[in-house]
Design a protein around this ligand. Structure first.
Ligand code: M6R
Length: 616
C-alpha cells in the first residue's frame, strides 16, 4: 500500500522524488520521507514527517537538504508502528550504512528484532522495516555487495515485501527486491538516469520504458545500467516494456478533486473500453489480450469471479452477466475469503479476477490458489503490466486511464463494460449467443457512454440532496437483481468518502432485519431502475415510507409513479436491462461525492484508506 520511489542520474533527485511521491500519495498518506546521498560528504541525509507530502516539503525547505544525484522516497500507510516522524520511512541502520524503504509486512520481524537487539543493535522506530536496514548493515560489514546484502536478507524475511535500499558504500546505485505479492517494483529507463517506483504513475512523467520485477527478483539500478538477478544471484534477462499510458490523464486539471474529474471521465472511459473490445461494421468482439483457444474455453463448466471492495461489486454484476448471457454456472466471491476456504475448483473452472490495480494482495493470493488448482484465469484489469495481468492466462483491459482518487468510480463502470463484453464473448464462443444476438447486445452496450453522460447531469440534484444528507449519521441502500451490487457500491462510496455509515442490502432482505433501522433520520436509497425488479422495489419503497423513512430513489426517466412515491428521485436515462447497472451507479457516485464535499471531507484521500491494498 505504501508508495516507493527512487532516482539515480545526473539531475537533482530531490524535486523528482517529491513530485513522484505526490503522484503516489493515493497509496498511503500518513507520513512521508526521502533520503539522498549528499555528493560531497557521501553521507545519507534523511528527512521525514508524519502527515501528508506538504508537511515533508515544508520540512525539506527548512532542513536545506543538499542537491544530490541519488535518492529514495516513501509515502506510508502504517502497519507496524503508529503514524509518527520516527516511524516514517526511510529507515536506517545503527551506523548509517544503509537506508531502506519498504512496502509489505516482515511477518517475523519481532523475532529478527530480538535477535538484532541481542547483538547490540539499537532501534529508532517501532516498524518492521527497520530490521531490514540493520540486517543489511551486518551483511555489508561481512563484505557483501549491496545487492547481495539485500538478496541474503530478503531470504530471511517472512511475508511479502517490496524493498528499495541505498548505501554510501555504493554511491552510484540503488537496489530493489520484490518478494511475493506485497506490491510491485517498476524500474524506469531514462537517458543517463533510472527510476524506481511501486507504480507506473510516478514514472510516466519521465519514461515509458519500464521493467516490472517479478516475485524473487532483485535489481541493482545505476544511471546507465540495470542488473536483475534471481534468488540465487544469477543474472536474468528481463524484457523491457513500452507502456502506453498517457501521463496527462493522471493530472487533476481544473477540477477540485480527482473523484469529480474521474466521474466526469466515465463516458469517454467506457467508450474507450468498449472500442478496445469491439470492431464495428458489423459489430464483433475481439479480446486481443486473451490468447485462449475456443476449444479450451468450451471445456469451462463454471465461472468464479473474485475481487475486493468496488471490484468485488463489479464481480457480483459480472456473475449475473455470465449466468444470464453465457448460461454458465457462476458465482462471485470476496478474494480474501476465497483464498483461505480451500475452494473446489479445477481445470474446468474459469476464475475471473477483477482488479483496478492488478496488485491487490488478496486478489493475487486468490489467483495463486486458482493457478495451483489448474483453473483457467482471466483478469479484468486497468493496469498494464501489473502482477494480475502476468498471472492470468488472459486480460480484458479496462481503458479508464490512471485513477487517482482512492474511491474508485471510472474503474467500476469500465469493469462492468468489460465484464459485459467478456460474458458476450464467452456466450458466443460457447454457441449460446448467435451473431444477431451478439450484435444486438453490442449496440445496446454502445449506448451506455451517452446514457452515463446524461446521468452525470444529475450533479445539481445530488448537490441539493447532499446538503440534507450532510448531517445524516446512517443510511440504507437497497437494490435487487443487477441493482443489488450497485446498491452495495453506492453504500461503499458513501461510507468511504463521507464517513456516513451506509449499508447496502438486497432489498428482499429488508424485512428480515434491516427494516428495524428505519426511522426519519435514516434515509434509504432505493436503486430501482426499470428492469431491476422495479415493481418489487416499489413495494420496498412503500414499506420504508410506511414506517416514516425517507426514500431517495434512482429510477428510470419517466417513471412518474416511483418519482411520486419517493421523497426525492434521481432519474437516469433508459438503457437495456443488462446495461442498467453501469448507468444506475452514476447518481450514487455523485451523491457520495457531493455529500463528502458538503461535510468538508478529504474526498480524494479518505482517512485510513489506501488506493492499492498490498497487505492482508
Ligand atoms: O485495485 P483493486 O481493484 O484490486 O482494489 C480493490 C479495492 O481495494 C478497491 O476497489 C477499494 O474498495 C476502493 N477504495 C473502492 O472505492
Amino acid at each position: 500500500m505504501c508508495g516507493i520511489v527512487g532516482y539515480v542520474g545526473r539531475r537533482n533527485a530531490v524535486p523528482i522524488l517529491v513530485q513522484a511521491l505526490k503522484d503516489l500519495e493515493y497509496r498511503g498518506y500518513d507520513s512521508a520521507g526521502i533520503a539522498v546521498l549528499a555528493p560531497e560528504s557521501n553521507r545519507l541525509v534523511i528527512v521525514k514527517r508524519e502527515g501528508k507530502i506538504a508537511r515533508l516539503e515544508a520540512a525539506l525547505a527548512e532542513a536545506g537538504i543538499p542537491d544530490a544525484n541519488l535518492g529514495i522516497g516513501h509515502t506510508r500507510w502504517a502497519t507496524h508502528g503508529r503514524p509518527a516522524d520516527h516511524n516514517a520511512h526511510p529507515h536506517t541502520s545503527c551506523h548509517g550504512e544503509v537506508v531502506v524503504i519498504h512496502n509489505g509486512i516482515v511477518e517475523n520481524y519481532a523475532e529478527l528484532r530480538a535477535e538484532l537487539v541481542s547483538r547490540g543493535h539499537r532501534f529508532a522506530s517501532e516498524t518492521d522495516t527497520e530490521t531490514v536496514a540493520h540486517l543489511m548493515e551486518e551483511q555489508l560489514a561481512e563484505g557483501h555487495s549491496l545487492l547481495d546484502a539485500l538478496r541474503l536478507v530478503a531470504g530471511r524475511l517472512e511475508g511479502s515485501q517490496a524493498i528499495v535500499a541505498a548505501s554510501p558504500r555504493e554511491p552510484n546505485a540503488l537496489v530493489a527486491a520484490r518478494v511475493g505479492n506485497a506490491g510491485g517494483i517498476v524500474i524506469g529507463f531514462g537517458e543517463g538516469e533510472s527510476f524506481l517506483a511501486s507504480d507506473l504513475p510516478a514514472l510516466l512523467p519521465h519514461t515509458r520504458r519500464v521493467v516490472f520485477l517479478e516475485d524473487g527478483q532483485f535489481a541493482r539500478v545505476s544511471a546507465d545500467d540495470v542488473l536483475v538477478v534471481g534468488r540465487d544471484g544469477a543474472r536474468l534477462e528481463i524484457p523491457v516494456h513500452e507502456v502506453a499510458l498517457d501521463p496527462s490523464s493522471a493530472l487533476k486539471g481544473p477540477y477540485p478533486h480527482f473523484m469529480l474529474k474521474e466521474m466526469l471521465e466515465q463516458p469517454e472511459a467506457i467508450s474507450d473500453t468498449i472500442r478496445s473490445l469491439v470492431t464495428f461494421e458489423p459489430p464483433t468482439l475481439h479480446l486481443d489480450d486473451v490468447p485462449i483457444s475456443p476449444e479450451r474455453l468450451r471445456q469451462v463448466q463454471r465461472v468464479v469471479l473474485i475481487g475486493m471492495g468496488t471490484s468485488l461489486h463489479a464481480a457480483m454484476v459480472g456473475r449475473q452477466f455470465v449466468e444470464q448471457i453465457a448460461r454458465l454456472p457462476a458465482e462471485a466471491d470476496n478474494a480474501s475469503e476465497f483464498r483461505h476456504r480451500e475452494p473446489v475448483i479445477d481445470a474446468r473452472t474459469l476464475v475471473v479476477s477483477v482488479t483496478q490495480s492488478g496488485e491487490t494482495v488478496d486478489v493475487l493470493e486468490a489467483m495463486a490458489v486458482a493457478a495451483r488448482a489448474g483453473a483457467l484465469q482471466i483478469t479484468v484489469c486497468n493496469t498494464e503490466g501489473s502482477q494480475a495481468t502476468r498471472l492470468a492466462d488472459g486480460t480484458v483491459y479496462t481503458r479508464a486511464g490512471v485513477e487517482r482518487c482512492v474511491a474508485s468510480t471510472k474503474c467500476f463502470t469500465t469493469a462492468l463494460a468489460a465484464l459485459y463484453g467478456l460474458a458476450l464473448w464467452l456466450g458466443h464462443i460457447r454457441g449460446v449467443l448467435d451473431s444477431g444476438e451478439l450484435q444486438h447486445h453490442l449496440s445496446e452496450l454502445m449506448r451506455v457512454p451517452d446514457a452515463c453522460a446524461r446521468a452525470l447531469e444529475l450533479r445539481p440534484a445530488a448537490q441539493r440532496l447532499a446538503a440534507e444528507l450532510a448531517s445524516t449519521a446512517s443510511m440504507l441502500y437497497l437494490g435487487r437483481g443487477l441493482a443489488y451490487p450497485v446498491a452495495m457500491e453506492g453504500a461503499l462510496k458513501m461510507k468511504e468518502v463521507s464517513y456516513i455509515h451506509a449499508e447496502g442490502y438486497a432489498a428482499g432482505e429488508m424485512k428480515h432485519g434491516p427494516i428495524a433501522l428505519i426511522e426519519p433520520s435514516v434515509p434509504t436509497v432505493a436503486v430501482a431502475p426499470k428492469h431491476a425488479l422495479r415493481s418489487k422495489m416499489a413495494a420496498n419503497v412503500e414499506q420504508v415510507r410506511a414506517r416514516g423513512g425517507r426514500v431517495i430513489a434512482v429510477v428510470t426517466e419517466g417513471d412518474e409513479e416511483l418519482i411520486r412515491l419517493a421523497d426525492a428521485a434521481l432519474p437516469v436515462p433508459e438503457v437495456s436491462r443488462l446495461a442498467e447497472p453501469i448507468v444506475a451507479v452514476v447518481p450514487l457516485q455523485l451523491l457520495a461525492y457531493e455529500t463528502a464535499v458538503a461535510r468538508g471531507c478529504d474526498v480524494d484521500q479518505p482517512r485510513n484508506l489506501a488506493k492499492t491494498v498490498t497487505v492482508e
